[in-house]
Design a protein around this ligand. Structure first.
Ligand code: GDP
Ligand code: MG
Length: 264
């Protein structure tokens, strides 16, 4: 990618945090929590909503895709279903993304973080041309980190956990950006099991074996891939509802931004 060119000097600020995760993992609620945390800590966060279909947002977005693109109109105009409507809205917005970058650059001195919310359905952002264009536009201008939100209570079975981690892994290799795993909803279920599985390959294999018929040699090979993946990321437990884990999250973001500065 162009961001890998030698001699490319980046401004330290702001750090872009792109929040992705499965539908219902709590991206929007987590973003709201991040906004509250930055305000309480007198850190300057700038908020960008890229979900054209969201009805109401709990936070005030500084830039909102809904102000530019009317998702329902797009659906009608192009005769699309909901997902096609969201994707086309994102495509339309991506064509003007240089303007968004310009707005952020103009304010760069005053901003510490830009918090980016993405559409509910993860693949609309992570597997679309417009998602790639937007990510690349950020990453070639500012230090950029991906925060992958995990629904912790829903990832407690080894097979679900592995599927979720494989998805996160694909995002790491697709974006080539530093990745922070945010194990969300720790007010409902602690993420300790996840840390154990990530640290101890044997423990995860044992959990897989006890989870009836699923422990195929294929699954075994996949968990080896993941072991390598875990070495390349940071993970923290958070709760968007209770606010637990915010300091740890921002520490992980800072370390990831450092990594970005060294790598790109
Ligand atoms: P998104 O689709 O990823 O943006 O997810 P939302 O932010 O809309 O959240 C989906 C659901 O999860 C909502 O009902 C939230 O209230 C709930 N939720 C989000 N974060 C948490 C959390 O930390 N703890 C609990 N208990 N529920 C949460
Ligand atoms: Mg959302």
């Amino acid at each position: 990618s162009s961001s890998g060119q030698a001699g490319h000097s980046f401004r330290r600020k702001p750090v872009i945090i792109i929040v992705v995760g499965m539908a219902g993992s709590g991206k929007t609620t987590f973003l709201h929590r991040l906004v509250c945390h930055t305000q309480a800590s007198r850190i300057c966060g700038y908020v960008l909503n890229l979900d054209p279909a969201v009805m109401t947002l709990p936070y005030g977005a500084n830039i909102d895709i809904r102000d530019t693109v009317k998702y329902k109109e797009v659906m009608k105009q192009f005769n699309l279903g909901p997902n096609g409507g969201i994707l086309t809205s994102l495509n339309l917005f991506a064509t003007k993304f240089d303007e968004v970058i310009q707005v952020i650059e103009n304010r760069a001195d005053q901003l510490d973080y830009v918090l980016v919310d993405t559409p509910g359905q993860i693949e609309i952002f992570t597997w679309s041309a417009s998602g790639a264009i937007i990510t690349e536009a950020f990453a070639s201008t500012f230090p950029t980190v991906v925060a992958y939100v995990v629904d912790t209570p829903r990832s407690s079975s080894p097979v679900t956990f592995m599927s979720n981690m494989l998805y996160a892994c694909s995002i790491l290799y697709k974006t080539r950006l530093p990745l922070v795993l945010a194990f969300n909803k720790t007010d409902v279920a602690q993420h300790q099991f996840a840390l154990e599985w990530m640290e101890d390959f044997e423990a995860f294999q044992a959990a897989m074996r006890s989870d009836d018929s699923h422990m195929s040699t294929f699954a075994q090979s996949l968990s080896l891939v993941l072991d390598e993946f875990y070495k390349n990321l940071r993970s923290v437990g958070v709760s968007a509802v209770s606010g637990a884990g915010m300091d740890a999250f921002f520490k992980a973001i800072e370390a990831s931004a450092e990594e970005y500065m060294e790598t790109y």
